[in-house]
Design a protein around this ligand. Structure first.
Ligand code: GLN
Length: 510
């Protein structure tokens, strides 16, 4: 077995026992990346020289008998909307091309301190706006399970990097589902923490009341380890909580027997793929066999969530993206006067979806329409929160499929924004409510008779700051499924090696 196949837990233990060095770990992942990245295109930029320095630093600590930190040389890929000092941060946008981060995001800084080795910046939808990673100015990322399909989005590069074995861990950001939905599409675990659990400092803002940074991993344990490292109060982000950070990895084995899980019927009505429904129902059976009481419940405002999200998120985005004006960051268009400079910089720099969101948000916030759109959406958001509060008064967790469908084909939805937005219908309620949710692989569906099987995810939603219960149930579920899921992933990775390289498809996004 190659080092990259061992899994984060084993790798870290072997590094700590000095059986392998952090540099050997990195070499193995880089060799794997050289083999499969031309097929996947998960990265916008690989940063091998810096990664080598990071790994050498970890090895030096271990040699001196010092504690290298809980991640002990584990390679981590970062979504390209997270600032990593000295490295370009593009948000997959032309407008930020050439912008070099002058500082580390807090989550990045914490990972570095925990002994992580950063491999590079991963592809995503421009400014995290999208559900397929096709809205990138730097080309499309492919799904390792089927190279003709999208990896989901917006953190598709981070998800695909982990799924293909190029990194054991990665970070993404989740504003409306951008960690969980790509985790579901690529058959890995992805966690969106409670709003306020992880500092957003250094994450390029999209919808500030919705955004959270979270990890992707091959297992629930891996996600728990990463969350433990990145969570906690940060004086630089006033929305972070003072609550102490639990040892999430140690809480994984807590008993799940006796938990009560609710399945919101309104969410089930939105599932379009019969295979996704079938696998979810099978997952429910496994969960009740674990001693969890599974009951139907109701979240009546579910039907409004997508509409509310697509008013609130673009409104916040229109304000957040005002800073990209050609004066402060990245590219500046040549122009005769200031107005033309703004106009040309933003017109040339932002892709079509980002421009659409800015227009939608500016409209919803404009004096004449504020009450009819933004204010109304904000009010309904309160009702959504109340729905969740009510549901959590009677249930420990809520369960649904992560997405109503499996990964769709590249190009299939890209010209139909509403069809694209529909991929988030089961994930956006969680962001509106600010609660934590995990996507864990729960089965396979074959939408195309002749095509390969594609993974689908189970979404476990929890009470605010109760990541521990969410993770414990995810862990118990995963243990119950590992005998069939793990070999399928191994087979997919093996077959990936023999696939032909794919050209990088850059969509004309302007
Ligand atoms: N797909 C959603 C959107 O386009 C969610 C994005 C995200 O979570 N960053 O807004």
């Amino acid at each position: 077995m190659e080092i990259w196949e061992l899994g984060a837990k084993n790798i870290r233990e072997q590094v700590l026992r000095k059986e392998i060095s952090a540099q050997e770990v990195l070499d193995s992942f880089l060799a794997r990346t050289a083999e499969v990245e031309p097929k996947i295109h998960a990265y916008i930029e690989l940063i091998e020289p810096q990664a080598r320095l990071d790994a050498a630093r970890v090895d030096a600590l271990i040699m001196r008998g010092e504690d290298p930190g809980p991640l002990a040389g584990l390679p981590v890929a970062l979504k390209d909307n997270l600032n990593l000092k000295g490295v370009q941060c593009t948000c997959a946008s032309r407008i930020l091309e050439g912008y070099i981060s002058p500082y580390d995001a807090t989550a990045v800084k914490k990972l570095r301190k925990a002994g992580a080795v950063f491999t590079g910046k991963t592809n995503c939808d421009e400014f995290a706006m999208g559900s397929s990673t096709e809205n990138s100015a730097f080309g499309v990322t492919r799904n390792p399970w089927d190279l003709q399909r999208v990896p989901g989005g917006s953190s598709g590069g981070s998800a695909a990097a982990v799924a293909a074995g190029m990194a054991p861990l990665s970070l993404g950001s989740d504003t409306g589902g951008s960690i969980r939905q790509p985790a579901s599409f690529t058959g890995v675990c992805g966690l969106k923490p409670t709003y306020g659990r992880v500092s957003r400092y250094g994450l390029v803002a999209f919808g500030s009341s919705l955004d959270q940074i979270g990890p992707f991993g091959n297992s629930v344990w891996d996600c728990a380890l990463a969350l433990e490292a990145i969570a906690g109060e940060d004086p630089r982000d006033g929305t972070t909580s003072k609550r102490p950070v639990p040892r999430y990895t140690e809480g994984l084995k807590r008993p799940v027997k006796g938990l009560v899980a609710g399945v919101p019927r309104e969410m089930m009505e939105l599932v379009t793929d019969p295979g996704v429904r079938r696998e979810f129902e099978r997952a429910l059976k496994i969960i009740s066999d674990l001693g969890v009481t599974v009951v139907e419940t109701s979240l009546p405002t579910t039907e409004y969530c997508l509409d509310v999200y697509y008013i609130i998120a673009p409104s916040e985005a229109s304000s957040n993206l005002a800073r990209f004006d050609g004066v402060r960051y990245g590219r500046r268009a040549k122009a005769r006067d200031l107005d033309e400079m703004y106009y040309e910089t933003r017109g040339q720099g932002f892709g079509i979806e980002v421009q659409r969101r800015i227009m939608l948000g500016t409209f919803a916030l404009s004096a004449g329409y504020y009450d009819a759109y933004y204010l109304r959406a904000a009010r309904i958001r309160t009702l959504v929160r109340r729905d969740f509060d009510k549901a959590f008064a009677a249930h420990d967790v809520l369960l649904s499929p992560t997405a109503p469908m499996v990964a769709f084909k590249i190009g299939e939805r890209v010209d139909d924004p509403l069809a694209m937005y529909a991929a988030d219908v089961l994930t956006v309620p969680v962001n509106l409510a600010g609660i934590p949710a995990l996507s864990v692989p729960c089965g396979f569906s074959r939408p195309d008779e002749s095509g390969p099987e594609l993974p689908c995810g189970l979404q476990i939603m929890g009470k605010p700051y109760d990541e521990e219960t969410v993770l414990a149930l995810g862990y118990a579920f995963e243990e119950a499924c590992s005998d069939w899921f793990v070999p399928k992933t191994a087979a997919m990775r093996k077959s990936l090696s023999s696939q032909e390289e794919c050209e990088v498809v850059v969509r004309d996004t302007i």
